[in-house]
Design a protein around this ligand. Sequence first.
Ligand code: ADP
Length: 464
Amino acid sequence: MKYSLRTKLSLSYISVVLISVLMISVITNLLLDKHFKDYIIENQERKNKEIVSQINQQYKTGGEWDTEAIGNICINALEQGMIIKLVDSSEKIIWDAKFHDNALCEQMLAHIAKNMSSRYPNWEGRYVENIYPITNKLSEVGKVVIGYYGPYYFNDSDLEFINTINRLLMGVGAFSLILSFLFGSVMAKRLSTPISRVIATAQMISKGYFDGRITEPSSTKETTQLTETINNLAETLENQEVLRKRLTADVAHELRTPLATLQSHMEAMIDGIWKPDTERLKSCHEEIMRINRLVGDLEKLAKYESENLILTKTSFDISELIRHIIQNFENDFANKDIDVKFIGEKEIVTADKDKISQVIINLLSNAQKYTPQGGVVEVIVKGADDVTEITVKDTGKGIPPEDLPHIFERFYRADKSRNRLTGGAGIGLTITKAIIDAHKGKIQVKSKVDEGTEFIISLPKQLG
Ligand code: ADP
């Protein structure tokens, strides 16, 4: 059985409050019973002594008793549940509550017994009598017998006090329950609303609608992280979708021109408009080569961009590798009258040598392609404690700022005219970045139009 977050939270709030209120009530009642009993027993003793002292004062020297005052004291005591009997030293009864009003005494005792057994069904109180001497000038002149339900009993106001506390506890309990239900509902709503939104957005994403974003703010850290993650996921998928569409469109675009040229050339030759001479066949061959290059580039892209690009790591001197590559490029640079410089000492890195060669070749061939005659290209190798920095700098035409963030994307060419003579298919830098990422390195680019471009690669020395 699955419960909603709302039901679960509300139920847990209510359970916590119920348990707390029950525990507080039970503990309060236990403590109250114990301390209140002690207090009542002490109080009874105190009252007894007070009555004895009051009666003592009513003894007049010469054996006289102020019976009227004694009567008042004893009637007052009777109302509080105490049955008093006073005898003088010769056992003569001066006052006896039972003689005075036996019916009232019986009624009083029955009332107390009823009160006590209503609260304590197992109450085992019984009628007890305490005897206190009355003294005058150090000699005993009489005895007071105080009878009551012992060891303790609650009179009406004591019971009312206990009942009020219990009613108060019940009131607090009921109020807390309502409050916990309200709080639980509000909290659950605040938690479940963004989560429901996340679910709805995730469902839309799974159906291929990537444009939905969660905008509701939340003060809960985890909920904010969850919504941020879903928003990032949606954005990544949206970007991937855009790239996928663009890749298809770009491939179609790249293929269309050479195929159209080939088609028109072939048709002209079939129709006998053109003679299939070497010149024309060469032109067709060039178009086929272009398609071939594109297919090769696509293959390379698929290989380097695959998630698990396998690296065959060795330790080698990167400066030596770069010098070697520059040598291979010397002719191309010399043809464009570009001065190539290398600055760097021996620097050992642990990396995939072939793939790092591919990176250097890509950057150098771009520098060569996009630097006009008479320019300068510099490659600098610098070693720090944990990274090796390789910089490829040219004084070429630069990259406009609006293109800079995109140059590592597939088929992106800053050159809007898509000049096939200078530019490639726009995947060189995509491959370069994929290789550097696989090495857990970083590639940055700085460029100013008509001043030059600088690519900076940071390769960690210890590969994870
Ligand atoms: P391409 O095959 O077109 O050179 P890349 O992925 O290597 O593809 O480069 C992407 C784009 O970045 C290029 O089309 C070019 O516009 C720009 N670019 C790359 N390197 C340089 C550079 N050194 N100078 C100027 N522009 C550059």
